[in-house]
Design a protein around this ligand. Structure first.
Ligand SMILES: Cc1ncc(COP(=O)(O)O)c(C=O)c1O
Length: 549
């Protein structure tokens, strides 16, 4: 054969065989979100390049180039806050400082409350108080006796108010007292729990775990076992706990090689699901509807006013329906991670709220009636951990504390109360109530010309900023000074419990407006006419380059 012809033939064969692979690769790239959250590997690389530097006391107040008079106002405002912290929170912050050196978690959360350039100075003068003495109604009281409205929501656990959970725990403990912490054998309360979870999830079987992270791990493991495929699909920005495979970007020291992070609410992602053969499951955190493709909105990343949120229930419902349909078509188990949204959006969680059914559903947080838990509900064929025809081929999942009697008993109390008309009534017009509250607060903020707004998905809120600024993270301290208690991620997430009455909410709204007003009056919202989020980010980049070289 003519050697040229032979070469052409080989080339044609190679092209024909690698073309589909190239096409699949190209489709995968197109289904990635343009942000760093959508590019895990690159994000990890860039994270390692970000150098530490910090502002001295003078530049702390004028990192945006503010003139002297503004810097003076900011300094005065900061001093006033620092005095409040010293006088009002002395015991609460004092005890936290005593143990911070030996509690790694505390060091981490304290370091990441504000952008790192400001962090040490803020920590020195406005230290976080890691302790609380009591809760009652919607209030939390610290060691100094300060009562504050709770907007932290205990990471989402608190759906019905702390008093509700106290009774779940007390009554649950009473119920299992004679059995004590015996593990391995079940307490009879479990029979009720699994029947109720079946009814709530609409799925066949249940397994119990110790945390939401573990429930997600088990869901993915089972999906891989039954499909024989390797990759899990998660959507950009979605949090599913701290297990490596669901945290492929910054935060995980090793790459998650069997995870695809796809763009949320995008046709390109559906195309990937339709074509690839290595997808074991699709994992959805329905909370992402509030900010599709964005990470959990912590204040430590609030370097400008780029945080955006906009909940469109109809659009997200359509997206979930599309996902449902492509997963059914392709035999891919669809997992709803309802660790956060379960029991919060509706008694039947996101499945009920959006009217879309999943094949596997994880629950956690509030389900434990105040105690730590994770649960997985699923289709019978997906939940099975062994094969009848291959007895040695099992999908192992155990855990010392799974089905702990005290946890199961508190869960029993929780699920039992969920059946009561009083708890049922808390869900009446839930969205209307909270949307109206958010609208009303936004109108007040707008009327006063304050550059702050809120966006919400039912009782889950986030704060957005309407004018470019480097100092939005300061709002968390003004809010605390007004008696509003936030979680460690600050203004990015407020989690209200359903027992917030109209007067409770009005009090929160008054304090929120007062805090935003004080922050503006202290000069933190100052900006030049031509400032943009882009110009802020460019300035930060220049600082980083200068500090590195
Ligand atoms: C949606 C979702 N999945 C999983 C988890 C992890 O749960 P846990 O913290 O109990 O491990 C969380 C926690 O915030 C969550 O919000």
């Amino acid at each position: 054969m003519d050697p040229t012809l032979a070469l052409y033939s080989i080339g044609a064969v190679v092209a024909a065989t690698s073309l589909p692979r190239l096409k699949a690769r190209f489709e995968l790239s197109r289904a990635k979100h343009a942000s760093l959250s959508g590019h895990a590997r690159m994000a990890r690389r860039i994270a390692r390049l970000v150098p530490f530097y910090e502002y001295d006391e003078d530049s702390f107040f004028r990192s945006d180039g503010a003139p002297d008079d503004i810097a003076v106002r900011r300094r005065e405002g900061f001093r006033r806050l620092a005095a409040i912290w010293r006088e009002r929170y002395a015991r609460t912050t004092g005890l936290a400082e005593e143990i911070e050196d030996i509690v790694s978690d505390l060091q981490f959360t304290n370091a990441y409350r504000v952008p790192f350039q400001y962090s040490k100075f803020v920590r020195r003068h406005l230290p976080a108080g890691a302790f609380a003495a009591s809760t009652s109604g919607v209030l939390v009281t610290d060691l100094d006796g300060n009562s504050m409205y709770d907007l932290g929501g205990s990471y989402g656990l608190n759906v019905f108010g702390y008093d509700f959970y106290k009774t779940c725990i007390d009554d649950g403990c009473e119920r299992v007292r004679t059995l004590g912490p015996l593990l391995g054998a079940y307490h009879p309360v479990i029979a009720y729990n699994v029947r109720r979870l079946r009814a709530i999830s609409g799925l066949d079987e249940v397994s119990f775990h110790m945390s939401g992270t573990e429930a997600v791990m088990q869901a993915v493991r089972l999906a891989r076992y039954h499909t024989g495929r390797s990759h899990l699909v998660r959507f950009c920005g979605a949090y599913h706990g701290w297990w490596g495979d669901v945290q492929p970007g910054v935060g995980n020291p090793v790459p998650a090689r069997e995870t695809y992070t796809l763009r949320d609410m995008a046709e390109a992602s559906l195309r990937v699901l339709r074509r690839r053969r290595d997808i074991a499951c699709v994992l959805v955190n329905p909370l992402q509807a509030l900010h599709p493709n964005a990470n959990a909105p912590g204040d430590s990343a609030l370097v400008d006013s780029g945080r955006a949120a906009n909940f469109d229930r109809a659009a997200y419902t359509r997206w979930l329906q599309q996902l449902r349909s492509v997963c059914t078509e392709r035999g891919i188990p669809l997992i709803f991670d309802e660790v956060f949204t379960g029991f919060r959006l509706a008694p039947g969680g996101a499945q009920e709220y959006y009217g879309v059914r999943a094949d596997l559903v994880t629950y956690g947080k509030t389900l434990g009636g105040g105690l730590p838990v994770g649960a997985l509900c699923g289709r019978k064929d997906l939940m099975k951990r062994f094969r009848d025809d291959q007895p040695a081929n099992v999908c192992f999942a155990r855990g010392t504390f799974n089905s702990h009697p005290y946890v199961m008993a508190a869960m029993h109390e929780f699920l039992h109360r969920m059946e009561s008309p009083e708890i049922g009534a808390l869900y009446d017009n839930l969205d209307d109530v909270w949307n109206e509250r958010a609208d009303r607060l936004n109108r007040r903020l707008g009327d006063e010309g304050l550059p702050v707004r809120v966006a919400n998905l039912s009782t889950i809120w986030t704060t957005c900023y309407t004018a470019p600024s480097r100092y939005n993270w300061m709002l968390q301290y003004y809010l605390r000074a007004e008696g509003l208690a936030l979680g460690w991620i600050g203004t990015g997430r407020f989690i209200f419990s359903l027992n917030y009455t109209a007067p409770d909410f009005d009090a929160v709204a008054d304090r929120f407006v007062a805090a935003a007003r004080a922050m503006r009056d202290d000069g933190w919202c100052w900006r030049t006419d031509d400032a943009t989020n882009r110009s802020i980010r460019r300035r930060i980049l220049r600082e980083m380059v200068a500090s590195r070289f």
